[in-house]
Design a protein around this ligand. Structure first.
Ligand SMILES: *[C@@H]1O[C@H](CO)[C@@H](O)[C@H](O)[C@H]1NC(C)=O
Ligand SMILES: *[C@@H]1O[C@H](CO)[C@@H](O)[C@H](O)[C@H]1NC(C)=O
Ligand SMILES: *[C@@H]1O[C@H](CO)[C@@H](O)[C@H](O)[C@H]1NC(C)=O
Length: 477
């Protein structure tokens, strides 16, 4: 698959700049000027994250977990590690999108040729793990051990580093010790979970032995161990007994200091599938507007707890069983549709929603149309030089407020999701360079990704039972 050869969604960004230097059609004053729903007026200072963590209390249920950005004042990692640079964040985001494409390519290759040689089926990613993602703390075992894990809607199997750990990387919390948990048990090769949840070494698995697992990520990071079961505590009154996860005894790569990964994908092994009998299949989360605020991850009654303003759209079929595909067909800017036919989105290999990709990747012609509309709407502001991958940047120095056009995603079934201003413009260190936070794909057939920047502050409801994803405004700060 050709798209797998591109390293990220943005390689063509530089050449597209040349194609549309001038803003062709400036939106007139009639285009919704002054309308509350078509424009946001925000304080320029608010575009930069604060150095103080302000937790929000917007969780829809008492069993919700708190979600924080991996870096910044709300991250428990921050005391020990410096924040990654802007370039690192962008580089790792590129790695992730590249890895997602390879993961899809591996599945489609496997479907077309019976046994692909040298293509591991569990291709994933690694480098990104420490950078652009959102973390939550879990409590595992009895008595419970606190673990800092990364949320990942792009993979199914959860894993943590486990003792004994002959070959593990240094992590944030103390290592999980199975021998100290009274509720821990190994999953054996003969058990149903081992058959279903895919041991990659079935040939080496005899009935009474521990069920092995191995996940190799795109950058050669890996985790190897055995599948196990233990109690996952979500709140003082809410626990998931028998949660199945990978107990990793041999792990290496660029995982930073996370203690493991929480798989929230669409497949059987994911936590959301595992809690289906208890809560209904699905979950909801809210990713905060900046690293200085907090969000939530909730399992109980994800769909029932949806805000009344939520817009639901269908989960559609796609090439990879772990990903959540949505049928994106258009975008509006300040209330007007961008000038691109819905067929442009249809020719892509689908669009997935992903918790771990920072910036949404659009078909290049859709990106060009979005950019053109945003440039027209932002015409009153001084342009700033392009920044590595972002080609539409503004210098907001000296402005107290900025008028940002409202950007909404439009889905095939009519759902219209208005993005928070923090999902439209992105500033990392200085408002003198504030950029449009979307990226173009390398070509119109590549997989589109709805990234986590665009999901900020939205209550995102994965109603797997009803095969719908909902978006509610003001889910968190
Ligand atoms: C298979 O089992 C043997 C004996 O237990 C062990 O030495 C070997 O490392 C195992 N191979 C894999 C790939 O797990
Ligand atoms: C997306 O919606 C369009 C229009 O309703 C439909 O023709 C198309 O088949 C849908 N795509 C998917 C992947 O379901
Ligand atoms: C932001 O950038 C401008 C222009 O590049 C510079 O003059 C100013 O000192 C910077 N501000 C901060 C807080 O770094």
């Amino acid at each position: 698959m050709e798209s797998a050869m591109f390293a990220g969604c943005w390689l063509l960004a530089a050449s597209l700049v040349l194609a549309t230097l001038a803003s062709p059609h400036r939106l007139g004053a009639a285009a919704g000027e002054g309308s509350e729903t078509k424009w946001h007026v925000v304080s320029v200072n608010s575009l930069l994250p604060s150095t103080v963590c302000t937790p929000t209390k917007a969780a829809p249920s008492s069993s919700a977990l708190t979600v924080v950005h991996g870096h910044g004042p709300c991250s428990p990692q921050e005391s020990r590690r410096g924040a990654p640079s802007h370039t690192e964040i962008l580089g790792r985001d590129q790695d992730r999108v590249d890895a997602i494409r390879r993961k899809v390519a591996a599945v489609t290759t496997a479907a077309s040729s019976s046994k692909p040689k040298g293509v591991p089926l569990q291709v994933g990613w690694g480098k990104y793990l420490d950078t652009t993602n959102y973390f939550t703390s879990l409590r595992l075992g009895t008595p419970a051990t606190d673990l800092l894990v990364e949320l990942d809607t792009g993979s199914d199997q959860s894993w943590i580093q486990c003792k004994p750990c002959p070959d593990c990387y240094e992590q944030h919390e103390a290592l999980f010790d199975p021998s100290k948990s009274s509720t821990y048990s190994d999953i054996t090769c003969s058990s149903r979970e081992c058959q279903e949840l895919g041991s990659s070494h079935k040939h080496n698995c005899s009935s009474d032995k521990k069920c092995p697992y191995e996940i190799t990520y795109a950058d050669d990071s890996y985790t190897v161990g055995n599948l196990a079961r233990d109690t996952l505590t979500l709140s003082p009154t809410d626990a998931v007994p028998g949660f199945v996860f990978g107990c990793g005894h041999n792990n290496a790569g660029s995982f930073g200091e996370i203690d493991g990964l929480l798989g929230l994908g669409r497949g059987k092994a994911s936590l959301s599938s595992q809690v289906a009998a208890r809560y209904g299949a699905g979950f909801s989360y809210c990713l905060p507007s900046s690293p200085s605020a907090t969000g939530y991850l909730s399992f109980s009654g994800a769909a029932a707890a949806a805000p009344t303003n939520a817009q639901f759209t269908e989960m559609v079929a796609g090439q990879h069983p772990s990903f959540y595909y949505l049928n994106l067909t258009g975008i509006t800017v300040a209330g007007r549709a961008i000038k691109v036919p819905p067929s442009v989105f249809a020719t892509a290999a689908g669009t997935i929603i992903d918790s771990g990709t920072a910036f949404s990747c659009l078909p290049p012609s859709a990106y060009a149309a979005l950019r053109s509309s945003v440039r027209s709407a932002m015409g009153r502001y001084k342009r700033a030089p392009s920044s590595t991958i972002f080609d539409t940047c503004y210098d907001l120095t000296g402005h107290e407020t900025v008028r940002i056009p409202s950007v909404a995603l439009v889905f095939a079934d009519g759902a219209t999701v208005h993005l928070h201003p923090s999902g439209v413009l992105y500033t990392w260190s200085n408002v003198s360079q504030t950029c449009l936070a979307f990226l173009p794909n390398p070509d119109d057939t590549s997989l589109g990704v709805l990234g986590n920047t665009q999901q900020r502050t939205l209550a995102v409801i994965y109603d797997v039972d009803n095969q719908k994803v909902g978006f509610g405004a003001n889910g968190c700060a």
